[in-house]
Write a protein that binds this ligand. Structure first.
Ligand SMILES: *Cc1c(COP(=O)(O)O)cnc(C)c1O
Length: 392
């Protein structure tokens, strides 16, 4: 059995071609040229309806959506923004870009925010970004209770969590703003792209204008006119718009989402069950009330040494299945000690311990059962090699 290419995404639905052809012919690629019904506008309407949110704003990336969310919150200069110590470097970067300061909190061996540490660090913080890293949902009930009590706004970084449910609610709709990515490794692939959703008309009006709706282009957004009138000419233009071509690639993928989510979860649970046959593997369970939408698997090797974990990852990768250990691959963008652009990087011993033992393997949703078995054989074979050496 030849091993699957774990970097590959699903083909874009063929129905995208007609729309893209029409756009190439009309050359109408800018979202604000058409009087109405531009692909980006339609995407915003469809995405908001799918999520049950009042408003959506499509932009150039999830990082842009996070940046605009922070700017739209109108935080004080140098505002402190609490984030998990396990996230992608683009998240603290968006915070710095917005003129704010990231404050990091601990993440547990289950990849979720350590709630005791979160509660300790929340006082004095102006906003919170919850990164649902690799689609692992932190305890949103506990987070919202603490943040609501403190009056602290919550932005959900749901870049990699589209389709996840929390107590029956869609992830990204629980905080004040939810941000998603359409980068190629996420559940919907436009190469690049992002979108934010919110129910707050003033927040979205500010974000729309700052995203580049200069002059009266905001009239092409279905948002309360009064909110736009309040912010006209009051906020800068950062020009982070989405192009019609990207929207034409995203829109036909929206109806595919339920199938992708179901396949991703089934694939993940199948591989998790097989890996759990090994005494060395610990696959953290979802939280109560969390229904995941994974396109990758993370598992811990708690009883192996750093060198053994590295030997396992090297062996599997050498056999054709790329295993990344967040804390052990050189310059990894998800290891907080590599964020040297931050003024002071705190020590987060629990997060660090997790990152040194957590293995990451992509499981694109289109993999077949035979391909999943082939992936499992490589992973279990590499583990057997390392554990034989461990026993000796
Ligand atoms: C991918 C990702 C981002 C960044 O998304 P872009 O669209 O590439 O900017 C941010 N946060 C998380 C958790 C991600 O997985």
């Amino acid at each position: 059995m030849t091993l699957p290419d774990l970097q590959q995404a699903e083909p874009i639905p063929a129905t995208a071609r007609a729309e893209i052809d029409a756009l190439l012919t009309s050359a109408d690629l800018f979202r604000y040229t058409a009087a109405k019904d531009a692909p980006v506008t339609l995407l915003e309407q469809e995405f908001a309806a799918m999520m049950g949110s009042a408003y959506a704003l499509a932009v150039s990336s999830c990082s842009a959506a996070l940046f605009l969310s922070l700017k739209a919150l109108d935080l004080p200069e140098n505002a402190k923004v609490l984030i998990p110590g396990f996230t992608f470097a683009a998240v603290p970067s968006a915070i710095i870009h917005a003129g704010c300061q990231p404050v990091l909190c601990e993440v547990g061996a289950d990849y979720r925010i350590d709630m005791a540490d979160f509660a300790d660090r929340l006082p004095g913080v102006d906003a919170v970004i919850v990164s649902h890293m690799r689609g692992h949902t932190s305890d949103m009930d506990a987070i919202m209770a603490l943040c609501d009590a403190a009056g602290t706004p919550v932005i959900e970084d749901a870049a990699h969590s589209l389709g996840t449910l929390w107590q029956g609610r869609r992830i990204g709709t629980i905080g004040k703003v939810g941000c998603f990515s359409f980068q190629s490794y996420k559940m919907i692939n436009a190469g690049e792209g992002g979108i934010l959703i919110t129910d707050d008309p003033d927040l979205v009006a500010r974000a729309v204008i700052m995203s580049g709706a200069y002059e009266h282009n905001w009239k092409k957004h279905a948002v309360l006119e009064a909110a736009f009138a309040r912010w006209q000419n009051k906020v800068p233009l950062y020009n982070l718009r989405m192009s019609n071509l990207a929207a034409a690639v995203v829109r036909p993928q929206l109806p595919e989402l339920p199938r992708r989510v179901a396949s991703g979860l089934r694939n993940h649970n199948y591989v998790a069950a097989r890996l759990r046959e090994s005494d060395f593997v610990e696959v953290p369970c979802p939280l109560r009330g969390e229904v995941r939408a994974p396109d990758s698997i993370q598992f811990n090797l708690p009883d192996l040494t750093d060198a053994q974990v590295r030997a396992f990852a090297d062996s599997a990768t050498g056999a054709g299945i790329k295993v990344q250990v967040f804390g052990q691959s050189t310059d990894n963008a998800r290891a907080f000690w590599n964020w040297e652009f931050l003024k002071d990087v705190p020590d987060l011993p629990r997060t660090r311990a997790m990152l040194m033992r957590a293995c990451d393997v992509r499981l694109p949703v289109q993999l077949t059962k035979d391909q999943l078995d082939a992936v499992c054989e490589v992973l279990l074979g590499a583990l057997a090699q390392v554990s034989a050496a461990h026993a000796a």
